[in-house]
Ligand binder design. Sequence first.
Ligand code: CP
Ligand code: NVA
Length: 320
Amino acid sequence: MKDLLRTEHLSRADIELLFTTASDFANEPLRSLSALSGKTVAIYMTKPSTRTRLASETAIAHLGGSPVFLRSEDLQIGRGETISDTAKILSGFCSALIIRTFAQSDVDELGANATIPVINALTDDDHPTQALADWLTIREKFGADLSGRTFVYVGDGNNVTHSWLLMGAQLGAHVVAATPPGEYAPDAAVVQRAQAIAATTGGKVELSNDPVAASKGASVIYTDVWMSMGDPESERIEKEKVLKPFAVTPELMGSAAQDAIFMHCLPAHRGEEVAAKVIDGEQSVVWREAFHRRTTIQAILYHLTRGELGGSEYAHLRSR
Ligand code: CP
Ligand code: NVA
């Protein structure tokens, strides 16, 4: 596999390898300081980022390389140069490209036209690097055997929900997305894909519209912002109303298992999708989760630039 374009492109073996390497990079960040020595990695973002940008730039530095950070207004792409021409130029100078943007199809097109690894650092549909950090954090807490536990996402059905369900399915976990029905539910095609993966791994993918019932006995309660980057402002009032019952409160955490943890990809909005008492409380692992953004991106860069990820049976599929 040349690129990491979508969460479901990673095989179980790839995920296990990335977890092992990321854990090594957690203990010893500079253990592969010559991997990208003298090389550059482009980071191209058309949406804001705190964690992913910092994690990526730090990961590149820890591998001995130099990041080149680009916004759309820095490139001729904003003045009509094609994605395919841009991909060829990036490939001529850089060893990898980390891209955050709106349309998944733009990321797919970059991957198809670049000869260097292209890494999806968030689109409207997916957030694969986040999922790796999330599930590595879960591994650290509960170990490799996830059987008998449920892992519940509560809130808006979005890009992070998709990655959550897909990677959980690949790891053989019982994952649940509790969202409002309809417009704010996860994409049906993604859910189907996750269920197909779960059928081969012993996992289970469920949808719910009842956050309290879904959270009962859960090992993880995960949430994300209600308004994602690019969501129309005109939806805000309606979304806040519909999503209010899906807020992660101390009461909701109380219905989860005794040893449950709270997770959030961040940025968080205290008093909206999560209560301050929860995210700043003892069950929250959000800072460890954010820490693993660097270790996992470092592992992805390390293995992709060495051609060491095999890809899943879905890796050849470019559209959902
Ligand atoms: N979780 C995450 O992707 O954070 P940023 O938007 O700050 O990169
Ligand atoms: N769903 C959020 C995730 C931010 C990391 C967004 O796309 O804005």
